[in-house]
Design a protein around this ligand. Sequence first.
Ligand SMILES: NC(=O)c1ccc[n+]([C@@H]2O[C@H](COP(=O)([O-])OP(=O)(O)OC[C@H]3O[C@@H](n4cnc5c(N)ncnc54)[C@H](OP(=O)(O)O)[C@@H]3O)[C@@H](O)[C@H]2O)c1
Length: 334
Amino acid sequence: MHAATIDRYGPADALILAEVPTPVPGPGEILVRVHAAPVTTADWRLRAAVYPKGLRLIGRMVSGLTKPRHRIPGVDFAGTVTAVGAGVTRYAPGDRVFGFNGHGTHAEYVTVRAEGAVAHIPDALSFTEAAALPFGGDTALSFLATFGALKPGERLLVAGAAGNVGHLAVQVGKALGAEVTVMARPDAHPMLRALGADHVVDYTRRDVARMGERWDVLFDPIHVLPYRRMRRAMAKGGRLLVVEGGVREMLQSLWPWRRGGRRVVFNVAMASHESLTRLAAMAAAGQIRPVIGARLPLDRIADAHRIVETRRQRGITMLEIVPDAAAHSSPAAA
Ligand SMILES: NC(=O)c1ccc[n+]([C@@H]2O[C@H](COP(=O)([O-])OP(=O)(O)OC[C@H]3O[C@@H](n4cnc5c(N)ncnc54)[C@H](OP(=O)(O)O)[C@@H]3O)[C@@H](O)[C@H]2O)c1
């Protein structure tokens, strides 16, 4: 099979398309023909060894001390089950599935733990739409619904709203009943209004800390809302959700006794079968609509990485590994 491979940390050119053996599912695993797989900021970090401030050592321990731990990159996927290993009962060949695997998805086939973070794709969703959900959608849902306990009627501020995690957080926030303010450059404002944003702020012209507003929940996937500056813009009981942050925010989160019950929340989202099933249902019901900012074939993976590492992407950058027409076909034709 064809797969992207990486043998060293480095620039996007370090990614090499190669012919490698097709994996064989072991006990408890499924073999998935990958139709679509996003390139995420996690893929960029794992390829370039770029980590938030103060988290370099932890990052290297996770991704590999001297070179990437996994030769085939790619964290998320959507595709068709082509074979199942011993003991697998939840999935069968022909099933459309999507999920988080952590590695190996930027390839024509990947083996996935059947009891891991994988779920069926509802008929209403294409492979590309499903592949777009785990990274940003699960992060948004975990931080807003679980870690941040966002309640209906609360005021939510989303930074980095035009990006992968941000544009899904806007929609999850609306689905949870919040009044949503987004930070983005003006070219993204029409897209964000169409996704449900109630208020838009061009952060290049206005400082959200000095607008005289107070938010209940602040969602920061781009590390631009430091607590010291933002606390004036937090309502009593406000939660600053640090999706991207460094050691400073990690330490701040350990000190919960702040004036007015304000809190810094630092955590890591962990996708599961249950959370992916919930996300898929929200997407099938039209509550979440992933925006695909760029679609590229597998052999242009380096270009996809170059888009993502700008930190200026719009929505999600997607590798469509099975040609586009087939990728959007009905389950019967897949
Ligand atoms: N903790 C967890 O469990 C977890 C899970 C997943 C991801 N993460 C982390 O969360 C981050 C998610 O990133 P992502 O993939 O959503 O990022 P992204 O797609 O690269 O988002 C970048 C967006 O942020 C905006 N932006 C850039 N600079 C900005 C600034 N100074 N102020 C406000 N907005 C700005 C850009 O839009 P404009 O053009 O409008 O500026 C762009 O659209 C990554 O660092 C990832 O590692 C953490």
